[in-house]
Design a protein around this ligand. Structure first.
Ligand code: ZN
Length: 430
């Protein structure tokens, strides 16, 4: 029997006890180790001794990305520098970048639960894992690698980009798993198809990081490569990095590592916790993180908790795929729209590709207009374009309650990217 990376507890009760112990430890550790946290907790009138049950979590103040920015360059650090062994940073798209420090134990914990991702995804030590994500300060290809080595599969540390080299590695090294962004996964699938090397490769699984994959994109990649499984791997720099959960082979939602962090879903406006099943903002509290513990950190990511238990029987709870960031939400004619809702609305329609762009304009009549550009499926007939655009507009209207003009373009005419693809173009003023 191979080593397992699954939780040491297997009942809900034991998991809750582990969470309570971790919560007590974290609040005490942050209070003792960080002036910023101590000030925050004192202001909220709550101290380490006040944490007696998991229900006390709700009494703790939120931590926000602003707290991380204000403490730049080393915010919320709760250990002396001599215990820090590494740092990573977010690319800093909004305001200053976020810098996070790690102790050796933090790295070991991260490596352990990242190995769990590969186990959860049904990999074996026979697998060969081509890691085509970035290495360095901004991204954490290194965590994909350390986790894979701890798990015991073979790493092909390819790094991002360079489709020609990636294809060659797939053929020569017979990689069975590829880790990349979903956009790059689609590019690879199209490239393998274009070169006609499908029968020379042994790829059976793709793991997508840093960007959510739409249903249509997954369907297209599956069709081109004949994959057995595709997984979305969640992660953010604030919470270690990638690898904080994975869907199992039943694909009923993302099992998240509740033995390493507590996940709450709150209403982003009222900040009240939401019941299971309702969509809201993810708030995370770490249970073992030393260098930069998180107490009720508001992630801005939107998702929901999946009720019930998974057919796999795991004690680990599930959240749905990330619907988008609350920062990415667009308001169009007084309707709140997340990019994820748009591809979800048209993803089941026959004859449409997976790529799309949304263009928002403010016209001289004083109103806002939305144009949705989609691609015809490969080999599709342009004679059906009018009918297709009518069907797509109808689905958008039905599911998101907004009207839009739909343009159907030739297959392959929207830009492909190896990184995250920009899909929303808001030309309205303000
Ligand atoms: Zn499961």
């Amino acid at each position: 029997m191979n080593k397992t990376f699954m939780p040491t507890v297997n009942t809900e009760e034991a998991l809750r006890q582990l969470q309570l112990d971790g919560l007590k430890w974290t609040v005490n550790h942050a209070y003792e180790g960080s002036t910023a946290y101590r000030t925050k907790l004192d202001a909220a009138g709550i101290g380490p001794e006040d944490i007696r049950s998991l229900e006390d979590l709700e009494r703790l103040p939120f931590t926000t990305s602003q707290d991380l920015q204000e403490g730049y360059p080393f915010p919320l650090l709760s250990v002396p520098f001599e215990q820090v062994v590494r740092m990573h940073a977010s690319s800093g798209t909004t305001g200053k970048r976020k810098v996070l420090c790690y102790t050796q134990k933090d790295i070991d914990d991260w490596t352990h639960f990242f190995a769990r991702c590969y186990e959860m995804g049904g990999l074996t030590r026979e697998d060969r894992v081509q890691i085509a994500v970035g290495y360095g300060l901004w991204t954490a290809g290194i965590s994909f690698q350390l986790g894979c080595e701890a798990f015991g599969a073979m790493v092909v540390p390819a790094g991002p980009g360079n489709l020609d080299m990636q294809c060659q590695f797939l053929v020569d090294f017979e990689s069975t798993v590829m880790c990349c962004t979903a956009s790059m996964g689609l590019l690879m699938a199209e490239e393998v198809n274009r070169r006609g090397i499908g029968d020379q490769i042994r790829l059976k699984t793709m793991i997508f990081g840093s960007e959510r994959s739409s249903d249509a994109m997954r369907a297209r990649i599956r069709e081109l490569l004949g994959l057995e499984h595709m997984f979305d791997i969640p992660g953010m720099t604030e919470l270690y990095g990638p690898g904080t959960g994975l869907d199992c082979v039943h694909h009923t939602g993302i099992h998240y590592w509740a033995d390493y962090y507590i996940l709450e879903i709150i209403d982003p406006d009222t900040l009240a916790p939401l019941p299971e099943g309702e969509t809201g903002e993810m708030v995370v509290t770490t249970l073992r993180k030393e260098a930069v513990p998180l107490i009720r950190y508001r992630t801005r990511d939107l998702t929901r908790l999946v009720p019930g238990t998974c057919p796999c029987g795991s004690v680990l709870p599930r959240h749905d795929r990330i619907l988008g960031r609350s920062d990415d939400m667009i308001i169009f004619r007084a309707v709140n729209i997340y990019p994820g809702q748009i591809d979800h609305a048209f993803s089941g329609i026959e004859g449409i590709g997976s790529e799309f762009q949304v263009i928002l304009d403010h016209r001289s009549d004083g109103r806002d207009y939305m144009t949705l550009k989609v691609e015809r499926a490969q080999g599709g007939d342009d004679g059906a374009d009018d009918e297709l655009s009518r069907i797509v507009a109808g689905q958008i209207k039905k599911q998101i309650m907004v009207s839009c003009a739909v343009e159907v373009l030739d297959y392959g005419s929207l830009p492909r990217s190896e990184r995250k693809s920009k899909r929303i173009f808001d030309n309205r003023e303000g």
